[in-house]
Design a protein around this ligand. Structure first.
Ligand SMILES: Nc1ncnc2c1ncn2[C@@H]1O[C@H](COP(=O)(O)OP(=O)(O)O)[C@@H](O)[C@H]1O
Ligand SMILES: [Mg+2]
Length: 207
């Protein structure tokens, strides 16, 4: 298995980096090499991975973790199962174009913020310019009430009206942020029913 996914949205604060961390961690937990490409100069993805790497209980996963900052050269192993996760900056700049070109699939997180879904046509157009078909791009929605995946109706109607493909409807769960910030596994202490949509997204991506 060798897959690559770019996580893109022009809007910041919509869950791109969180999703990148979760997918990378899922790969590591399954013994899959995670090549983690952070194209955002803020480097929150790399920083989150360093929190994860800093905990003793995560040591056993580290030989499969390959972090790569914006100025690094990516070293992708020739064999074994590999997931390349590319976290993009909140802008449609050259780095994002590079990320979209590198990836097989593009995920666009969308939160309760209406500005996370307005003007997505530009993202789709750019993805097409990067050689991607409409089928390679999916939204990932994130709910807004603790534990819930429901979206505000303004966002839901935008998605329905435009027939955007939705890869997953994820719940918002405040413990995820706490876990990531402390280097614990993202799902630590979170009930299975809240974790399942994340697992299913990972499984679909890597199938
Ligand atoms: N599923 C989620 N549940 C709870 N909080 C989330 C979830 N996804 C993202 N967040 C929170 O939303 C904020 C923005 O997320 P982040 O991943 O940094 O967005 P971006 O990379 O798009 O700027 C952070 O505080 C993060 O912890
Ligand atoms: Mg980010």
């Amino acid at each position: 298995m060798r897959k690559s996914v770019a996580i893109v949205n022009r809007k910041g604060g919509v869950g791109k980096t969180t999703l990148a961390v979760i997918l990378a961690e899922q790969a590591l937990l399954k013994g899959v090499t995670a090549v983690c490409v952070d194209l955002d100069p803020q480097e929150n993805f790399i920083d989150s991975l360093s929190f994860f790497a800093g905990r003793k209980e995560n040591e056993r996963y580290l030989d499969k973790l390959i972090p790569c900052g914006i100025h690094d050269k990516v070293e992708i192993p020739d064999d074994g199962d590999i997931l390349i996760v590319i976290d993009c900056p909140p802008a449609l700049e050259d780095a994002t174009m590079k990320g979209m070109k590198l990836a097989d699939k593009i995920l666009v997180p969308v939160m309760s913020d209406i500005f996370s879904i307005l003007n997505l046509e530009v993202v789709f157009k750019q993805a097409e310019d990067c050689g991607k078909s409409r089928n390679d791009i999916s939204l990932v929605t994130i709910g807004y009430k603790q534990g819930g995946a429901t979206l505000p109706s303004s966002i839901r109607s935008n998605i329905d009206k435009r027939n955007y493909k939705v890869a997953a409807e994820l719940p918002v769960h405040k413990t995820i942020a706490v876990n990531i910030a402390s280097g614990k596994k993202w799902s630590n202490g979170i009930d299975m029913k809240f974790r399942r949509p994340f697992f299913e997204l990972y499984n679909d991506l890597t199938a």
